[in-house]
Ligand binder design. Structure first.
Ligand SMILES: C[S@@+](CC[C@H](N)C(=O)[O-])C[C@H]1O[C@@H](n2cnc3c(N)ncnc32)[C@H](O)[C@@H]1O
Ligand SMILES: [Zn+2]
Length: 289
């Protein structure tokens, strides 16, 4: 596959095309957005920010980067590419697909997709963009590849023209179905990746006195917004963490880090090995437009 960086961001205020000048993007109505030194653009509106630095903080982003960089979740990236390959193959004749990673974090999965696509023999061209509400995430992501366009932006005000995107990836994120629907092209799809019921169960058993089964988030909101669930696949495997820093990084990249008691934290800090279950569910939803 050929890869190209997405070029058509639109102004998140009213949706007009953004034009590039020196170190910023602007629309004809005079809205200006900075392009950071690292190469990502900042398309997040002040009124979208509930806090000064929304989204994952610097430490969470760094922990996720170290952990994913250790290759523990390579099989998730493999599965992602397998499914995207199927979508490309099924998109009969459409040789050019715009793919956006919504809530891309520090860019691991989108960059893994890019690498696998470059090495594959599909003839399609993938135009790629990743965005996240966390500027820390983007600072890290933008270093991964200049063949991907990177932006700080929120799921609620997407910087893409209506009907322009073929596939949205929403991995362990916060899908906004109404916004997704607006920017998706005819028969556009969302690949939704969520933790399954047994995800990191061994870690959760240390953290919580009683482990609640975490049911898969229902697809009902998506369906209410006009999406059709087309396919669902689970991926389950075990990983073996062999030192304390890997265990600490895994904790730090999850929301469990905010909920853990001092006692459980101590217990976890003493651990040198941990085998954990990875349980992930991939769902493909197609917009009925
Ligand atoms: C669990 S992380 C997953 C990151 C990445 N998809 C991955 O799997 O490595 C969730 C991400 O969603 C981002 N996020 C939270 N609220 C968001 C919003 N409203 N719009 C876009 N991204 C958001 C966070 O900053 C964080 O990077
Ligand atoms: Zn504007």
């Amino acid at each position: 596959m050929k890869i190209s960086a997405f070029t058509n961001f639109v102004c998140p205020v009213e949706g007009l095309s953004l034009l590039r000048s020196a170190n910023s993007l602007h629309c004809v109505k005079g809205h200006n957005f900075d392009v950071a030194r690292e190469g990502y653009c900042n398309l997040l509106l002040v009124q979208q920010k509930k806090t000064l630095n929304p989204g994952d903080n610097k430490e969470m982003v760094a922990a996720r980067g170290r952990f994913l960089g250790g290759g523990h979740f390579t099989r998730i990236a493999d599965k992602l590419f397998e499914i995207v390959g199927t979508i490309v193959a099924e998109s009969k004749g459409s040789g050019h697909l715009r793919i956006v990673d919504a809530g891309c974090g520090e860019g691991y999965y989108l960059d893994q997709l890019r690498k696998r696509a470059v090495d594959s023999n599909f003839s399609a061209t993938l135009e790629l963009a990743g965005f996240d509400i966390s500027k820390w995430a983007l600072k890290a992501a933008a270093k991964r590849s200049t063949d991907i366009a990177w932006a700080v932006a929120g799921n609620r005000q997407l910087p893409f023209a209506a009907g322009s995107i073929n596939l949205i990836l929403s991995m362990f994120g916060f899908a906004d179905w109404e916004s997704f629907k607006t920017v998706l092209a005819k028969n556009g799809q969302v690949l939704l990746v969520d933790p399954g019921p047994d995800h990191l169960i061994e870690l959760r058993k240390i953290i919580y006195p009683t482990v609640n089964v975490s049911p898969l988030p229902p697809a009902s909101k998506a369906i209410a917004s006009g999406f059709i669930l087309q396919r669902e696949e689970s991926l389950k495997f075990s990983i073996s963490l062999k030192n304390s820093s890997q265990i600490q990084d895994l904790l730090a990249m999850t929301p469990h880090a905010f909920r853990i008691t001092a006692k459980a934290r101590k217990e976890l800090e003493a651990l040198k090995h941990l085998t954990v279950t990875v349980d992930v569910v991939f769902r493909i939803l197609r917009v009925d437009n």
